[in-house]
Design a protein around this ligand. Structure first.
Ligand SMILES: NC(=O)c1ccc[n+]([C@@H]2O[C@H](COP(=O)([O-])OP(=O)(O)OC[C@H]3O[C@@H](n4cnc5c(N)ncnc54)[C@H](OP(=O)(O)O)[C@@H]3O)[C@@H](O)[C@H]2O)c1
Length: 265
């Protein structure tokens, strides 16, 4: 039987108190990794930490509080954590709350700058902070949770579409540079995944189009060949595989988990 085994590896999973990030944290813990959770809400972090599984004696889970909308806060918090915890972190899952929806022609400069900082500069800082540990270990996995919009922009997500493209190009470039150290960089592209982010997207579309939320959901479902929304755990299974030694030759890719919704090749 083939098993996804991340025993002996440590993962920093950002945006992990709920939704996709939390499902990934839980999957990595099930696969035997030690997991460091990160998000803004300390109470939710403690609650998520308490339910992470432990299957082997090397597993020690932890958390750090960081607000990715403030780069300086992430820098301070992560640096403080790394000063106290010097073991290498082998797996980095870059993930945070998505930019607010809206038409791109109405988006402000501030919205672009804010999203660039939260989604790209925070990722860059984290990679630079963890790189020496990954190099020393000869093992690194950088996973970025982006969106299918990197293949096919999604209407009414103007700022998000733009920033996701930047993150995807950043990741591809990084993958060229880091492969020689045993480090891979890959993007996971969620389609419509059942989380609170999806709920808020339904609500905002319902408001902007002035139609009932049920009707918005029905329209969304029509675009998915699988005929349903995905579950965060379905994406987390891919993340656990990509984070494991099994996926060492998969690098610089963007993989959609969207029930076949993206029509671009
Ligand atoms: N769900 C989908 O259908 C879908 C589709 C395409 C792309 N995505 C993208 O995938 C990512 C995750 O989505 P999701 O559906 O899992 O969202 P979610 O359920 O809203 O969860 C977001 C997570 O990120 C954390 N977070 C939010 N803002 C943060 C900040 N400023 N600093 C630190 N942590 C922050 C939240 O925790 P705290 O509140 O405790 O900070 C939470 O743990 C987002 O970028 C989203 O746009 C989602």
């Amino acid at each position: 039987m083939i098993a996804i085994d991340c025993t002996g590896k440590t993962a920093l999973v950002c945006g992990s108190t709920q939704g996709i990030g939390r499902a990934i944290a839980e999957a990595l813990a099930e696969a035997g990794a030690s997991v460091i959770l990160a998000a803004r809400n300390e109470h939710a972090l403690q609650e998520a930490l308490n339910v992470l599984s432990k299957n082997n004696s090397t597993q020690q889970h932890n958390y750090l509080v960081a607000d990715f909308s403030r780069l300086e806060h992430v820098q301070e918090s992560v640096q403080h954590f790394l000063n106290k915890n010097t073991e290498p972190i082998h797996i980095l899952v870059n993930n945070t709350g998505g930019p607010a929806p809206g038409a791109i022609h109405q988006a402000s400069s501030d919205a672009f700058i804010q999203a660039f900082s939260q989604h790209l500069l925070c990722n860059q800082f984290l990679v630079q902070s963890l790189l020496s540990g990954m190099k020393e270990a000869g093992y690194g996995r950088i996973l970025n949770i982006i969106s299918t919009s990197v293949k096919q922009p999604i209407p009414n997500l103007g700022v998000s579409n733009t920033i996701r493209g930047a993150v995807s190009s950043w990741a591809k470039t990084l993958s060229f540079e880091l492969a020689q150290f045993g480090i891979t960089v890959n993007n996971l592209l969620p389609g419509y995944i059942n989380t609170s982010r999806l709920d808020s997207l339904v609500q905002s579309t319902s408001k902007s189009k002035e139609i009932a939320e049920d009707a918005v959901v029905a329209q969304m479902l029509q675009t998915i060949p699988a005929g349903r929304f995905g579950e965060a755990r379905e994406l987390a299974m891919l993340a656990a595989f990509l984070a494991s030694p099994l996926a060492g030759y998969i690098n610089g890719t963007s993989i959609a988990v969207d029930g076949g919704r993206t029509s671009a090749l």
